[in-house]
Design a protein around this ligand. Structure first.
Ligand code: AMP
Ligand code: GLY
Length: 428
């Protein structure tokens, strides 16, 4: 079977890496991918959002299944277009992808269906927004409505910062994406990612994970797309999982169906688990990046088969098998990310890092120039390790990270620490 993966990031490398292991696969393609994915899949030089060209390619090459990684093509209707062309594709249709593409939609949807989320209001003008900030006080969270690669959310600690952010957003900082904004109460607690494969009102959970959104150690600095993740996460206890399924995941699927927006693909709930119980910070209609990288390291069953079963209406037969090991992924980013950064620096040491069979390095922003591997994006690599314990996985992953070099490489040194603290406390 011929499979086309759409996307360029570390998530897509991990999905391609996993699909590559399937006995069902005959040939793997990627549009457009990165230097890591091109080692295992044939490069298709078409952008992930160039849907017409992708359809032409899929027809010509007789692609049996297309798998979409990122949110942008989903929210622009790639699935609808492929289906119309009679081509098999895994992911949500446009009318369901709005759950991620519009934060205003998502918040209003959660309110309507009683899905727990932070108290909020939506605004389309500066004056009302500023009045609300004065009423609610700080810290306060301000979110651009539309897609902004994980960067459209600002946590303001002072009223001045909040007002400046609102002015900035209505001033066009994120273009169309910040014409409307959500302002919500700041929730305290620990974040975790809960992801499932879904079909209509049914779902199959993936392994749990925890991302690290801020750029610096100790959860400091601006939000990024994610600086590292590990799986499973002890913050999602069996009780937290039960409540997440009962109060969040199933009601979401049911509500979306009732709205005529049936979901099929990955559904990701970004959770805040804390003093106010379990709340949804955001929904994504895809796998997380970097969560996919450690999650795929633990998946022992056939992802390609699981996706095909879901598309064939056989979600009951999807029974993922998870390794009982722990895995960690650490993102190595360009200096300056999530702000401005330079590209084009040579990357060395990946082969050395991968000499340890427990290490797999997934690429994100990488490219080839004159036969050399170079940096080509903000998040450059996700280095992953597996271990018998979270502590062991952490030790291994950082040993590997230290073998890899490029100018200005930045990474967090505390990925996994929250989990380790929790485990040690539980052991006492
Ligand atoms: P979002 O894209 O909505 O998930 O927001 C990005 C990140 O901002 C989250 O992963 C959290 O770290 C943080 N965040 C968002 N909403 C809140 C909130 N209401 N309270 C505290 N932190 C938040
Ligand atoms: N890692 C967070 C996300 O994929 O949205």
């Amino acid at each position: 079977m011929k499979v086309l993966v759409v996307g360029n990031g570390g998530r897509e490398h991990a999905l391609a890496w996993k699909i590559k292991q399937s006995p069902l696969l005959t040939k793997l393609y990627v549009a457009r991918g990165n230097a890591g994915i091109w080692q295992i899949a044939e490069k298709v030089d078409i952008a992930p959002t160039d849907v017409e060209k992708l359809i032409d390619f899929a027809r010509k090459e007789k692609i049996d299944l297309t798998v979409v990684g990122p949110e942008q093509p989903l929210s622009e209707g790639i699935v609808d277009a492929f289906e119309k062309a009679g081509l098999k594709i895994f992911g949500h249709r446009k009318n369901a992808a709005i759950l991620e593409a519009s934060k205003v939609f998502a918040k209003n949807f959660m309110k309507k269906y009683g899905i727990p989320t932070a108290f909020y209001e939506t605004f389309d003008n500066e004056k009302d927004a500023i009045d609300f900030i004065k009423k609610l006080g700080t810290p306060i969270v301000i979110k651009a409505d539309g897609l902004a690669a994980g960067k459209g959310v600002v946590i303001a600690n002072t009223e001045e910062e909040a007002v400046d952010t609102v002015k900035d957003m209505f001033g066009g900082r994120f273009g169309e994406a910040s014409k409307r904004i959500v302002i919500e109460e700041f929730l305290e607690g620990e974040e975790a990612s809960y992801i499932a494969m879904v079909d209509g009102e049914k779902l199959v959970p993936m392994a749990t994970s925890q991302d690290h959104k801020r750029v610096f150690d100790g959860d400091r600095g601006p939000n990024t797309g994610g600086m590292g993740a590990y799986s499973p996460t002890p913050v999602i206890t069996p009780e937290v999982e039960k409540q997440t399924l009962e109060k969040i995941m199933y009601p979401t699927l049911k509500g979306m169906k009732a709205e005529g927006r049936e979901m099929r693909g990955f559904l990701y709930a970004g959770l805040m688990i804390g003093t106010k119980g379990i709340n949804v910070l955001e929904f994504n209609v895809r796998m997380g990046d970097p969560e996919t990288q450690p999650i795929m390291r633990r998946l022992e069953s056939d992802l390609l088969q699981h996706m095909l079963d879901i598309l064939d209406g056989k979600i009951e037969s999807v029974q993922p098998v998870w390794s009982n090991k722990w895995s960690i992924g650490v993102v190595m980013a360009s200096k300056g990310y999530p702000g401005k950064y330079e590209k084009g620096f040579e990357i060395t040491g990946i082969e050395k890092a991968e000499e340890d069979p427990d290490i797999v390095v997934f690429h994100a922003g990488t490219d080839l120039k004159d036969g050399k591997l170079i940096t080509a994006g903000g998040r450059v690599l996700t280095v992953t390790a597996i271990g018998d314990t979270l502590m062991e996985a952490k030790e291994k992953v950082y040993k590997a990270v230290e073998k890899i070099h490029f100018e200005g490489a930045h990474y967090r040194r505390d990925i996994g620490d929250k989990g380790i603290k929790r485990i040690l406390k539980q052991d006492l």
